[in-house]
Design a protein around this ligand. Structure first.
Ligand code: URA
Length: 239
């Protein structure tokens, strides 16, 4: 790979900017200053140093974000704050995007990556990757609801869902509210809210806690993110 591409890929500036850094002699490869932007580097074995810092090449980036309410699952928007706006300048890359969508008022686990293949595999309707949600509901969820979810529901009048595993975590009869957990195998638009609405109740709070084998870690604050560990990435890939 060309040296200027290597540095631009690693987020040190545009292709033009990094060419300038190379010409100024700020880049060393295997201990030697290289002033040609065309210089070919072996990205995994050559030692590239930029302004004294050793650069480890990384092609694919995987972040888990604890999405807060009030931000939209998009890369950019003229009016609304997006999940990518939550990224620090040093982590932001133009090729990052969220894997699927959570509603603006939904919190929780959202994967942000530049790996289109993994994203496709996680979202493909054929793969049935599980998504687990925790929700507060206005209304009392019942054993009949559990059965109805287990059989698959018709939502919004004409859309059939796959069977979903509903667990009633707690019910407050006096307040007429419930807390539930729900495991889906598909990702229809507003699916949790529409399934709960189909049994005559309303979601008042929604958080995604799991996608496939990847759980939302408890130590990640709302609005914070970090890169996936190797183990988490393997779990997500089902390895
Ligand atoms: N289901 C919903 O209704 N909203 C979400 O954000 C995710 C699943």
């Amino acid at each position: 790979m060309r040296l200027d591409k290597f540095l631009a890929d690693m987020g040190f500036g545009s292709r033009k900017e990094v060419k300038g850094f190379i010409k100024k002699g700020l880049v060393q490869v295997n201990g030697v200053v290289v002033k040609s932007d065309k210089f070919q580097v072996a990205e995994t074995s050559d030692q590239v140093i930029f302004e004294g810092e050793q650069i480890t090449y990384q092609k694919d980036f995987y972040y888990l974000l604890n999405k807060p309410q009030g931000v939209i699952s998009a890369t950019q928007d003229n009016h609304e704050e997006t999940v990518l706006d939550l990224f620090a300048d040093e982590d932001y890359r133009e090729d990052l995007f969220p894997v699927g969508r959570l509603d603006k008022d939904t919190e929780g686990l959202l994967l942000i990556t530049n790996d289109g293949l993994l994203s496709h595999q996680l979202l493909s309707p054929k793969k049935h990757v599980e998504k687990e949600y925790y929700a507060h509901v206005s209304g009392v969820m019942t054993d009949e609801d559990v059965k109805a979810f287990d059989e698959g529901l018709v939502i919004s009048g004409d859309e059939q869902t796959l069977p979903a595993k509903l667990t009633i975590v707690s019910v407050d009869e006096a307040m007429s509210t419930s807390k539930i957990s729900l495991v889906l195998h598909e990702g229809k638009f507003h699916q949790v809210k529409r399934m709960v609405a189909a049994v005559g109740k309303e979601v008042t709070y929604l958080k995604r806690v799991r996608m496939g084998n990847l759980y939302l870690p408890e130590d990640i604050q709302l609005g914070s993110y970090r890169q996936l560990t190797e183990e988490e990435l393997k779990a997500l890939r089902g390895e």
